[in-house]
Design a protein around this ligand. Structure first.
Ligand SMILES: Cc1cc2nc3c(=O)[nH]c(=O)nc-3n(C[C@H](O)[C@H](O)[C@H](O)COP(=O)(O)OP(=O)(O)OC[C@H]3O[C@@H](n4cnc5c(N)ncnc54)[C@H](O)[C@@H]3O)c2cc1C
Length: 450
């Protein structure tokens, strides 16, 4: 470890003892120089203007310092934290400090808790894309991780089903060729065999993806959180939003302004944290932070200015016996806005349908309405009935929803993994298959920092 890094570690460790107890609830005490009065603090979230009135401290001693700051405690931020933990142990860099900031009162409460929990095979995405590469790598790692750590999962398999339309049948043949090229198992099943195995499935062609599975994502996140917290100089700080980023006047570092997300007794003050590197894993808020970070690094003219198109996906649960014993997907939209309103099972065997596609207008992160309207039942009934027999509309019940951070409304976008200024990492547009790809994204982060 360099002497500069050692200084950060020592400084931060001593400050943390006072300032950042290893928290899952934030009860930060702040240096006197950065305290704000209650009346001057209005920030509840990144969507509000950052508190520009908060001046950075004039003395290095007054700053909380760290080597790495991860912003966002979803599956991507936690996987990056886990992979950094592994890399540090391997390289003997145990003194490097990492702070993970999460705006909610616990990790994994946003998109990572609002998805299909499917371990995707990785065959749908454009050839050579990051989604394809990271999904295939991430899927293999995820199965290994689940086995090694005892995370509940099942390699249940999935059928992608075409109806009689030529375009659908052709799509499945192309998909099969692609899977063969990628070395991902996918086999056609005869209609007779399909009828025997799954009498409720309607299809003229069935492609089976045997490497697809399902996972208890909450247990996966808990496990990553536990692994991250296994080193004493790793700190998880909740109820805290990163709201501003500037260059530090004290060397090749950033200053990041942190504001409490919820006012609590003894926790109403913002403060600055100095960090050598930033990992922006802020999920639905990552576009805004990435623009801020790129501006600080002098990149606005050359780099894209990110702006998410938020795209909601609702789920309806299906009460009673599941209509099939495996996942069943229709042929997806041409532009892959969604993989199609599919039948998913959870690990207890309960069935649900979703997600549908609804672009949200005039909403800003994190002010979303996640409720699911029962008026959508007929739409779900129609979609499910297009590939399943005997669907009973009365058994469809509004369940939950998730929101996709889309970089485009009308064409498929790839993940954007950006290392800006050498010290700042932006993970933008991490929509599906982000859960499956998370461990591989974590590897990419490590490759940029160590
Ligand atoms: C409907 C739907 C279905 C999906 N199905 C699947 C699937 O079956 N399989 C699959 O592989 N993928 C799936 N995905 C994708 C997957 O869920 C996401 O890619 C993944 O959860 C994204 O994780 P994340 O950590 O980037 O985001 P999040 O889980 O949203 O985490 C980001 C975190 O950052 C925090 N944060 C934001 N801004 C700040 C800030 N300024 N300061 C501090 N903290 C901040 C948030 O509170 C949040 O906890 C699906 C997604 C959706 C929407």
């Amino acid at each position: 470890m360099s002497s500069t890094k050692a200084r950060y570690a020592v400084r931060f460790a001593s400050k943390l003892n006072i300032l950042l107890p290893r928290v899952t609830n934030s009860s930060l005490q702040l240096p006197a120089t950065v305290k704000l009065s209650k009346s001057s603090f209005h920030g509840h979230s990144i969507s509000k203007a950052p508190n520009k009135g908060l001046k950075p401290p004039e003395h290095l001693e007054d700053l909380v310092q760290t080597d790495h700051l991860i912003i966002g405690g979803g599956v991507v931020g936690l996987a990056a934290g886990y992979k950094l933990t592994q890399a540090k142990k391997k390289l003997g860099l145990n003194n490097d400090t990492i702070v993970l900031i999460e705006r909610n009162h616990r990790v994994g409460d946003e998109t990572s808790a609002r998805n299909s929990e499917v371990i995707h095979a990785g065959i749908y995405y454009p050839s050579g894309s990051l989604k394809e590469k990271l999904c295939i790598d991430g899927r293999k790692q995820l199965y290994e991780y689940c086995k090694a750590k005892g995370i509940n999962h099942s390699n249940i398999g999935k059928w992608i089903v075409a109806q009689t339309e030529t375009s659908q049948v052709e799509y499945l043949h192309k998909l099969k060729n692609k899977a063969d090229v990628l070395g991902v198992p996918a086999e056609f099943i005869s209609v007779q065999e399909a009828n025997l195995q799954e009498p409720n499935v309607k299809a003229s062609v069935v492609l089976e993806s045997t490497s697809t599975g399902i996972i208890d994502s909450a247990s996966f996140l808990k496990s990553l959180e536990w692994e991250f917290s296994s080193l004493s100089n790793h700190h998880l700080v909740v109820n805290s939003s990163a709201t501003n980023v500037i260059k530090s006047p004290f060397g090749q570092c950033y200053l990041v302004q942190i504001e409490p997300t919820m006012q609590e007794a003894g926790n109403d003050s913002a403060y600055w944290i100095q960090t050598r590197t930033i990992i922006n894993a802020a999920g639905l808020g990552a576009d805004h932070l990435a623009n801020m970070i790129n501006l600080v690094n002098g990149l606005p003219a050359t780099s894209p200015n990110f702006k998410y198109h938020f795209c909601k996906g609702d789920y309806f649960s299906y009460s009673g016996l599941a209509p099939a014993r495996r996942l069943v997907y229709p042929v997806p939209d041409a532009n892959l806005t969604s993989l199609g309103l599919h039948l998913t099972l959870d690990l207890s065997g309960s069935a649900k349908f979703g997600p549908d596609v609804e672009f949200l207008d005039n909403v800003t992160y994190p002010n979303f309405d996640y409720s699911v309207q029962s008026s959508r039942r007929s739409r779900f009934f129609e979609a499910a009935s297009s590939y399943l027999h005997n669907i009973d509309a009365e058994r469809l019940n509004p369940d939950y929803s998730g929101i996709r951070p889309k970089l485009s409304r009308d064409k498929a976008s790839d993940f954007v993994l950006q290392a800006s200024g050498g010290q700042a990492i932006n993970l933008v547009g991490i929509e599906s298959p982000g859960l499956t790809s998370s461990l591989a994204i974590g590897d990419w982060v490590v490759s940029q920092l160590y």
